[in-house]
Design a protein around this ligand. Structure first.
Ligand code: ATP
Ligand code: MG
Length: 589
């Protein structure tokens, strides 16, 4: 039976909702796919639910295809479970918290690592039980700070999350690869244009972490891609090519560091002006730019469980800013922020506007530099006294940082660390994330398996997520046009939209019914516009709703013809009504 628009629970809107910013959001509301209940909280109506169900089905098939088994956890979870991993506190305002009648604390789960780990611990104990992958498709709750963009960033949303459980690092690598391959199949089948980008895995460190992004200007994630090779990374994880580090022999002949009298030069701009005003001796008469100066930015960090903030100074070329997000991504779960005046007051050796790295190790202040500040490079930087700067300060000779960290804000045109070609900055929506979690949760909960010799082995885990509701909105975003939604066949709410182009012409309606019934009988899903409204309204709705193939039963019927429209290309052709069903089936297969 075709779905009849005369009785379908659907009302399309002519105007954009006032609170919608993103095109897909506007259209999903206007086309009656979803309705807003509160910020970041939505109801799914029949059209939306049809798309969601098809997305879920594809995700489920591919998970089952790699041998993952489906489970389903509650969203409502007692506090104690999240206390064990410290996340009751760590999650901060992002967590929805509530109490039961006995005043016990609960939360609505933002993610389910704890429950997966505990479930497996409760059921399995032998090495013979591994490897194992489990998944669920379930509702998550996160009190997102800016639930903009509608379904793209909900406070309630559906995620497919899976976890792999292995006994060895090689096993984890294989499980990770299987998931990664499955994700490629999922996003290809869904019809996405997507990129796989490197992401950082924070302090769990070293292990693989990649995101699947849908490039679109409305995406909230910034990523960087090479214009030549296939390197792509999110801005936290990106590595750029810098100068080649030198050996001490290579920079032995650089002039010795000198201290310069430079009153009133606490900023890079004032310093560069002074360097170029011709009054400073010993600088070799060259012109200086901000890129010749070394800027030292004072941050503060707090490791999980630490009582106090600690100072961290980061050195970058003076024409660059420190990207705090990039730095925190790499230092996670340690917190990072700009240092407060109070933090600086505790360390009088740091002279604001005149900080140089020459004294930092003596002051026992941790110092990291961006790789652009390579071994053997010479800089103009602070002399650690008010109104004084130093020139020819060489890394490796005059200061030795505690390490390197990719810290500069990436610019269009920075060079690819792999091939040296210029990098490009783009925006995207995060569709999914695969990463090697390692033994973090297994350690906390004591998830071990008895090995063949009877010794316990700690299990190592992988974590894999797909935003299922987000995928619906992201697909809408990537495929829509100025006339409305425009679904790829694999997820469209219906295969065919049949429209009798008249208010009430019985012959047209009867023929439309016949075609719709024939298509349904052959296994296609059909939306039939049997409403007694004008063709103009019906056409506009058919474009707004975005079913990929539209069949117009109109005036041509008198000559034995109906019109076949391709929603995406706009292409139209007349086909004989006698063979219409076969031709339409061929078109959609
Ligand atoms: P984001 O950076 O966009 O907040 P995340 O890194 O917090 O995402 P994960 O915890 O890795 O996301 O969750 C796995 C997947 O769930 C994400 O790749 C994304 O597709 C989806 N997702 C995360 N947060 C939301 C949300 N608020 N609304 C809809 N989908 C979401
Ligand atoms: Mg998030």
């Amino acid at each position: 039976m075709p779905t009849r628009m005369s009785t379908l629970f659907l009302r399309t809107l002519r105007d954009d909702p006032s609170d919608a910013e993103v095109p897909s959001h506007k259209l999903l509301i206007r086309a009656g796919y979803v309705r807003r209940v509160a910020p970041g909280i939505y109801s799914w109506l029949p059209m939306g639910l049809a798309v969601l169900a098809r997305v879920e089905k594809i995700v489920r098939e591919e998970m089952v295809g790699i041998g993952a088994q489906e489970v389903h956890f509650p969203a409502l979870i007692p506090r104690e479970i999240f206390e064990a991993t410290g996340r009751w506190a760590d999650y901060g305002d992002g967590l929805f918290r509530l109490r039961d009648r006995k005043q016990n604390d609960y939360l609505l789960a933002p993610t389910h690592e704890e429950l997966f780990t505990l479930l497996v611990k409760g059921e399995l104990n032998s090495y013979k039980d591994y490897p194992l992958s489990l998944f669920q498709i379930q509702t998550k709750y996160r009190d997102e700070a800016r639930p903009r963009a509608g379904i793209l960033r909900g406070r309630e949303f559906i995620m497919k999350d899976s976890y792999s459980f292995d006994l060895t690092d090689e096993g984890l690598a294989a499980s990770y690869q299987a998931h990664r391959d499955a994700y490629e199949r999922i996003f290809t089948r869904l019809g996405f244009d997507y990129r796989i980008v490197f992401a950082v895995s924070g302090a769990m460190g070293g292990s693989a972490s990649e995101e699947f992004l849908a490039p679109t200007p409305v995406g909230e994630d910034t990523f960087v891609q090479c214009t030549d090779c296939d390197y792509a990374a999110n801005t936290e994880a990106v590595e750029i090519a810098g100068p080649t580090p030198l050996d001490p022999a290579d920079y032995a002949n650089l002039p010795a560091a000198v201290v310069l009298d430079t009153p009133g030069t606490p900023t890079i701009a004032t310093l560069v002006d002074r360097l170029n005003d011709g009054t400073l001796a010993d600088l070799g008469g060259r012109a200086f730019s901000a890129a010749d100066t070394l800027k030292n930015v004072v941050l503060r960090t707090k490791a999980p469980g630490a009582a106090e903030w600690e100072l961290l100074v980061i050195g970058v070329p003076g024409d660059r800013d420190v990207d705090l997000k990039r730095v925190s991504g790499q230092l996670e779960p340690t917190e990072v922020e700009q240092a407060e005046p109070a933090d600086l007051a505790k360390q009088p050796g740091l002279v604001k506007g005149y900080i140089g790295p020459q004294v930092l190790s003596e002051l026992k202040v941790r110092y990291l530099v961006d790789p652009l500040v390579a071994e053997g490079t010479a800089w103009v930087t602070g002399a650690n006294e008010v109104d004084r700067q130093a020139a020819f300060v060489v890394r490796g000779r005059d200061f030795t940082p505690d390490g390197e960290i990719g810290a500069v804000e990436i610019r269009e045109g920075d060079r690819c660390a792999r091939c040296g070609s210029p990098l490009q900055i783009a925006r995207g929506i995060e569709l999914g994330h695969v990463f090697q979690l390692g033994r973090k949760y297994a350690d906390v909960f004591g998830l071990t398996a008895l090995g063949p010799e009877g010794k316990p082995v700690t299990v190592t885990m992988g974590s894999y997520g797909v935003g299922v509701t987000r995928a619906v909105a992201a697909l809408a975003e990537q495929t829509l046009d100025d006339r409305g939604l425009c679904w790829p066949r694999a997820v469209a709410p219906f295969d065919v939209h049949v429209v009798p182009a008249h208010k009430n012409d019985e012959a047209l309606f009867a023929e439309a019914e016949r075609i719709a019934a024939g298509l349904e009988a052959a296994g296609a899903t059909v939306l039939l516009d049997d409403r007694k409204t004008s063709p103009g309204v019906k056409f506009a709705d058919s474009e707004l709703l975005g079913v990929p193939t539209i069949v117009i039963v109109g005036r041509g019927l008198a000559d034995g013809l109906v019109e076949l429209r391709d929603r995406k290309s706009g292409e139209r052709r007349e086909i004989p009504v006698a063979s219409a069903i076969e031709e339409i089936l061929a078109e959609i297969s």
